[in-house]
Design a protein around this ligand. Structure first.
Ligand SMILES: [Zn+2]
Length: 379
């Protein structure tokens, strides 16, 4: 198969690259905008996503499998048609939600038995099922089915779990190859990313990274972080794992994080990010600005006629004042959330664009330090 990831430039360990997919080329480092059930919460449409510079949308396999079901999405031509989005989509494997939301779960070698968090019905999901669901959804990139281990977890449990995750990854790869060769498959070029696990045990992480690096996948993710460990522990794991993943494949840090976390991880060689933080914060009136985070509910913005963030080119900042958006929040109008979510997603996508420029220009370190100083203690 032809080369998909091209490393364009390195600045320290920070990587500037591009990733070719059946739905277009992704410029990296990139932030993927999280649309859990094929929509960004806060009344944000795919037309909006284009306006705010979103390159990749991320949807959740577990949620879409339960509602409206992947069979329905497949009948409607796959996620791209369903949500009217022609750029890349990444679907997670459902593993994280199975382990965090589902009730009464039982992990076996074949997969996980659990009850739906919506209606309690019994469901089974293993590597093959996760691949079949993601194939029905027809996303651009599918994630391997893994066990997301709680933190902290005893060392012997983590070792056994990681070994099983490796066996599951082999099954995911075989099943995806089979599905991509079937005549009825919507996206026959669906890509697969494997996931590194191992909790905060660096040696287990490294051993696992070496094993999965041999499997020639389209990309590699670092999973099981941002689940309660400290930032320092997270950075230590990234430092340990990245050198053992293939340099000619993209690296994705799952579920991370704050703008500062992203800068730190880019500096350590990470290319892909996703996080619910900008949308979730926006829905509560918490907005990211040049000088850090602020909350528009605060009384001091009642007569503030400035935009959320001066100089920001997003649809909210180009047209509305802090005072107006604060009024909308107080009156519980939906537009308040929508404007703040749009601004925050624009902020994240623009941050990634500036990061790419900084790596291109060879001034990433200075850029990072200046950003961290300006957000100090507020993001
Ligand atoms: Zn803005």
């Amino acid at each position: 198969m032809s080369k998909k990831y091209t490393l364009l430039k390195k600045d320290g360990n920070a990587r500037r690259g591009q990733f070719e997919t059946p739905h277009g080329t992704i410029q990296t480092p990139v932030f993927m905008n999280v649309g859990t059930i094929a929509v960004i919460k806060g009344a944000v449409s795919t037309m909006d996503l284009k306006e705010i510079g979103c390159q990749v949308e991320l949807s959740n396999t577990y949620h879409l499998h339960l509602r409206p079901t992947d069979k329905v999405v497949s009948k409607l031509g796959g996620l791209h048609k369903f949500m009217n989005w022609d750029r890349p989509i990444l679907t997670d494997s459902g593993g994280f939600q199975v382990f965090s939301l589902a009730k009464m779960r039982k992990i076996k070698e074949e997969g996980v038995y659990f009850n739906s968090h919506i209606d309690g019905r019994k469901i089974f999901m293993g590597p093959e099922e996760s691949m079949q669901i993601q194939s029905n959804l027809a996303s651009t990139i599918a994630m391997a089915f893994d066990e997301c281990i709680e933190n902290p977890a005893p060392r012997d449990y983590v070792e056994r779990s990681v070994a099983r995750t490796t066996r599951w990854l082999e099954r995911c790869k075989n099943e995806m190859d089979r599905l991509n060769s079937l005549p009825g498959t919507i996206n026959k070029e669906q890509m697969l990313f494997g996931i590194n696990q191992g909790g905060v045990y660096e040696d287990i992480r490294i051993k696992h990274a070496k094993e999965i690096a041999k499997m020639d996948l389209d990309g590699y993710a670092i999973g099981g972080l941002a689940v309660g460990e400290t930032h320092e522990e997270m950075y230590k794991v990234i430092n340990a794992v990245v050198p053992h993943l293939p340099e000619d494949k993209p690296i994705y840090l799952m579920g991370v994080g704050t703008p500062s976390n992203i800068l730190e991880a880019v500096e350590r060689g990470v290319d892909f990010f996703d996080c619910v933080l900008p949308a979730r914060n926006g829905r509560h009136g918490n907005v990211f600005c040049k000088e850090g985070k602020l909350n528009l509910m605060n009384a001091k913005y009642e007569l503030d006629t400035r935009p959320i963030d001066e100089g920001c080119e997003c649809p909210a900042c180009k047209s509305y004042t802090r005072a107006y958006i604060r009024h909308l929040f107080k009156a519980k109008e939906m537009l308040a959330m929508r404007l703040c979510v749009l601004h925050n997603l624009y902020f994240y996508n623009k941050l990634m664009e500036d990061i790419r420029d900084a790596i291109d220009g060879g001034y990433f370190k200075e850029f990072k330090e200046e950003k961290l100083r300006s957000w100090e203690g507020r993001s």
